[in-house]
Design a protein around this ligand. Structure first.
Ligand code: 0X9
Ligand code: ZN
Length: 422
């Protein structure tokens, strides 16, 4: 968020919120929808994406899929002129992103305050803060001690606990095979941790309907890989993506999904510390990525399926992210991903694009999915990009319930494929 203008907040806030002097308002920021119609237009967009002033929410490789970009007021004239001069059609779909964010923030806080009053541990009508997520995990551990096990597996840069929840069927059998799921390596992708919580809710609180997924498998879930960034998006800069460890005197944060040590930094990752895709000062420079790496290795041989949740764009992606070549086992991974896409399509009509991340999205090395397959030997490794909001980035709070249940249909179908095949 290098170029983002930071202003004083003059916002009406609900009870849970705190006013921060450095709250990024996004007043007057515009969101554009763009469709490249030929390879040369696509190439120009790829070039524009290297400009830190433009925040590309998505930039798929496949022609015809929409690209969405956030642009600050000072950069809009030049941005529009550049597109026009290359005859690239664009549409401004949000004239004031700041106002949208404020509405969502107010709505979210209202929903959170209602939840507290109704004494429920968690609902899917609001995005949760870390304290609420932690309280939910604690509550499950206390209520279902035979099927839930919490572990602090590391600490974030700011000292927050990185906690996994292991869900089993309570039969006491040790060393079962494992499905490993994480979310929230990218701070701003709030729907991803919401989904991880929904998966936990289904496996634990709706156990009877999902017992077959826990017969021969345990699930190990890290719902928020990057809690520092996640909290920062709630308190300061809504569109923050990276971790929070300072890098230089002017910029902080590393893109966790460029920080894994497999073809690290070779492509689609920046060496500029202010970039949103900064690869880090070295591979595994971040405590959060070190912790996820160690978790993968601690499950070595047992973990058969690694699923990492992101947003947005309705994609089921698999390795490789560093090259357009495919792993020799890509058919096996594709089978699982297709099972997810087909199940969602059948249930709600929502389309997911399935393929290798380089071929359908873009090349980007240093991702956790490539590492899981190549180094941690987890045979099925998939990145799931959940759907976006209307004309912004995240779905509005009232859309969460619908989206998390739709996504669960896909995750369940993929898990069914895995537990019956491996
Ligand atoms: O760029 C990413 O890290 C992911 N997309 S996102 O919009 N959520 O940032 C896609 C990652 C795909 N996997 C690899 N490139 N390894
Ligand atoms: Zn992401």
């Amino acid at each position: 968020m290098f170029s983002k203008i930071v202003t004083l907040a003059a916002i009406t806030l609900f009870c849970h919120s705190t006013v921060h002097a450095d709250y990024t308002s996004y007043a007057g920021y515009k969101v554009y929808d763009i469709k490249a119609e030929n390879p040369s237009q696509q190439q120009l967009l790829q070039q524009l994406a290297n400009n830190e002033a433009y925040d590309f929410f998505t930039l798929p490789r496949i022609l015809g899929l929409p690209t969405r970009v956030l642009v600050a007021p000072a950069d809009q004239t030049e941005f529009e002129a550049t597109l026009s001069s290359s005859q690239i059609a664009y549409k401004c779909i949000n004239e004031n992103f700041g106002a949208t964010l404020e509405r969502e923030r107010a709505q979210n806080n209202l929903q959170r305050s209602l939840r507290t009053k109704s004494q429920r541990s968690i609902t899917f009508s609001a995005y949760q803060r870390m304290a609420e997520i932690d309280a939910y995990l604690d509550e499950l551990a206390a209520t279902y001690p035979s099927r839930v096990n919490l572990k602090t597996i590391g600490k974030s840069y700011e000292g927050q606990r990185l906690r996994t929840i292991t869900v089993s069927n309570g039969d006491g059998r040790a060393n079962k095979k494992v499905i490993l799921l994480d979310a929230g390596i990218h701070a701003r992708e709030w729907i991803a941790p919401a989904e991880a919580l929904y998966v936990i809710h289904q496996l634990v609180e709706n156990f009877a309907a999902n017992a077959h997924l826990l017969e021969n498998y345990d699930w190990v879930i890290l719902p928020v890989v990057n809690p520092d960034g996640y909290e920062y998006t709630h308190t300061n800069t809504r569109m923050w993506r990276k971790t929070r460890k300072p890098v230089t005197s002017i910029c902080s944060g590393t893109d966790g999904n460029r920080n894994f040590d497999f073809h690290w930094g070779e492509i689609g990752a920046s060496s500029f510390s202010c970039s949103d895709t900064f690869k880090g000062q070295s591979a595994f420079s971040e405590p959060e990525t070190q912790t996820l790496r160690d978790l993968m290795f601690s499950l070595s041989g047992r973990a058969k399926f690694y699923l990492t949740l992101h947003s947005y764009g309705n994609y089921l992606l698999y390795p490789w992210g560093y090259t357009s070549e495919l792993p020799s086992t890509w058919h096996d991974i594709d089978d699982v991903a297709q099972a997810g896409a087909v199940a969602i399509k059948k249930a709600t009509g929502t389309d997911y694009t399935v393929g290798s991340s380089t071929n359908v999205l873009y090349a980007a090395a240093g991702g956790s999915d490539d590492y899981a397959l190549a180094k941690a030997n987890i045979p099925i490794s998939i990145t799931m990009e959940l759907p976006a909001g209307g004309n912004g980035f995240n779905p509005a709070p009232e859309k969460i319930q619908e989206l998390v249940s739709e996504t669960w249909i896909g995750i369940k179908a993929m898990a069914e494929k895995v537990v019956t095949t491996y």
